[in-house]
Design a protein around this ligand. Structure first.
Ligand SMILES: *Cc1c(COP(=O)(O)O)cnc(C)c1O
Length: 345
């Protein structure tokens, strides 16, 4: 088989959730938007529900529908994009709680689904989603009269603990919500790590569950093994791959493995210290990453392995991200659709 194998360790995922939960005195939900950060929202959420999670967040109502089908009735499912035109039937039928983020959405929600569970998203300074302080002051009493289940906001710089924006947003969020006696949520993964002041009543980690920064103590959740399709020996002076960018300096054995930039393995990642692993032995990527193939120097190996490992406990999504000039979130969510996915635990 020439498809790469992505192994997802659900036990590690659940342990990450439990460890983050243990850092707080409040409820810990789980963010499973973008199909569970690319790892399959249904499987991820089922594992987390078994491990103790009672509330889940997605970006769009359609994602909530798929999640409700997987989880059945019971767990809370909230939608960050709120109540958009066309969402009404889905929100109702699949018991999804929109996190309303504008006056327009509020009016739509109270008119079409009176009495239906909702939360309110407040903008404490990120200028992305949610009501700003003046807008909130104007509509607050109307909103509170309809009994929101959550008041939430999102931090722009929580992956940088010393950034002054964190304290500033905390203060704005407090000013907008103190004394209202509605459960509150401010922290995603980064916010949990900022400490108790940021936790309020509910935390909403995403990336940390999947093993990514800024949760440095996360257990790795994914392993990626790329099958070796062919090997060849090259002489000094022979080149490998598009553009002849790599030229052998010594007699070398080259393995061609199946996966490439069409699988989310950014072409820009080459020459930035990304290796493939045969057990503990590092084998450097040589030449350009192409659409479906990567070439690897396996001269150091005494035998040709059936596959080489790109993601393991030593080389994580964050290492790949750094090499590609991006963040672990993007590596996870671009993980190839043609990988054969296997779930452990
Ligand atoms: C994506 C997202 C989260 C989860 O963030 P992580 O950094 O992945 O933990 C939480 N809240 C909101 C509003 C989000 O958009």
């Amino acid at each position: 088989m020439s498809t790469a194998k992505l192994t997802i360790n659900l036990d590690a995922l659940v342990t990450n959730w439990q460890n983050l939960n243990a850092m707080t005195n409040c409820e810990t939900a789980a963010v499973v938007k973008a199909n569970g950060y690319g790892l399959d929202a249904a499987r991820v959420a089922k594992a987390l529900a078994t491990g103790g999670a009672r509330n889940f967040f997605v970006a769009a109502a359609e994602e909530g529908v798929a999640l409700r089908r997987a989880l059945g009735p019971g767990p809370g499912i909230s939608v960050f994009s709120g109540h958009m035109e066309g969402d009404t039937r889905l929100l109702k039928e699949f018991q999804l709680a929109p996190m309303l983020n504008s006056l327009d959405q509020m009016l739509r929600h109270f008119e079409t689904l009176p009495g239906h569970t909702f939360g309110v998203q407040l903008d404490s300074g990120m200028n992305r989603l949610g009501m700003e302080p003046a807008e909130w002051a104007a509509v607050r009493d109307i909103a509170l009269g309809q009994k929101p289940v959550l008041l939430m906001s999102h931090l722009a710089c929580s992956d940088e603990p010393s950034h002054p924006m964190n304290a500033q947003q905390l203060q704005v969020f407090r000013e907008m919500t103190d004394g209202l006696e509605v459960p509150r949520s401010l922290a995603a993964t980064g916010g949990i790590l900022l400490g108790r002041d940021y936790h309020f009543d509910l935390c909403r980690p995403g990336v940390g569950l999947y093993g990514g920064a800024p949760y440095g103590d996360a257990l790795p959740v994914v392993q990626l093994d790329l099958p070796v399709i062919q090997t060849r020996d090259v002489e000094p002076g022979e080149s490998v791959g598009y553009g002849n960018t790599w030229v052998a300096q010594a007699p070398s054995r080259i393995a061609t493995v199946a996966a490439g930039y069409a699988d989310g393995l950014h072409r820009t990642m080459m020459n930035h210290g990304i290796d493939l692993f045969a057990g503990k032995t590092r084998c450097p990527v040589v030449g350009r990453i192409s659409m479906d193939l990567i070439t690897v120097d396996i001269t150091a190996l005494s035998e040709v392995p059936a596959s080489l490992t790109l993601l393991n406990e030593v080389q994580t999504v964050d290492h790949l991200a750094t090499a590609a000039g991006t963040i672990g979130y993007e590596i996870l969510t671009s993980m190839g659709h043609r990988y054969a996915r296997t779930y452990q635990g």
